[in-house]
Design a protein around this ligand. Sequence first.
Ligand code: PGA
Length: 249
Amino acid sequence: MRRTLIAGNWKMNGNQAANALLLAGLKEGIGASVVQVAVCVPAPYLFQCQAALSATAIGWGAQDLSVHAAGAYTGEVSAAMLQDFDCSHVIIGHSERRSNHGEDDATVALKVNAALAAGLTPIVCVGETLAQREAGQTQDVVSRQLDAVLGTIAVEMVGRLVVAYEPVWAIGTGKTATPEMAQAVHAILRERLSAKAPAAGAAVQILYGGSMKPDNARELLAMPDIDGGLIGGAALKAADFLAIIHAAG
Ligand code: PGA
């Protein structure tokens, strides 16, 4: 049985005062949820999350990491640094990194390996653009993106992945894939994972991301291969994020 994971992607939002309110709201409202919860925050706020969340069931993590271990890489943050702040998760290959920072499949694979080596759980993002969907390329695109990672890791590592399907056209747009559209892609991703590692592939959490909100979370999460959500905009308000968590279980 896969445990549901609701992960927040704060993107480049927040400040210490606003974060303190948001984190306090989450701690207060989370109750005895059986859902696994994590927030992926800008690197400067990892210390604040560590201080606020250490004694709670809420995990925290980052939105990117360096392929390098240490050294002369100005501006980069290493896997060991994330580990130093007790991060549980790190988002890798988000479409905003792929399109704004030129991250290709090979770079994403290197980052996943860096995260795994440091004991972090990578949330590997895949997803097609609107043009790719309209050209009938969705299956090819997401398979290529996931296979690029699977081709570089040992079979024993498959069970340590989280995968997030985020159709680019649904991110921050208010347009959500229908549950059936999302499930169809999640089933393809499950098939790729299971082809590499039959038992572990069946246990990998596959999240949906792209305008998941309190009012559409329940129907998306009801699909057999949708094991959680990667939440952007709705993760910035405690009430909305909590509503999604409570919709999940
Ligand atoms: P959104 O973002 O929920 O604001 O669409 C999701 C994401 O980009 O991870």
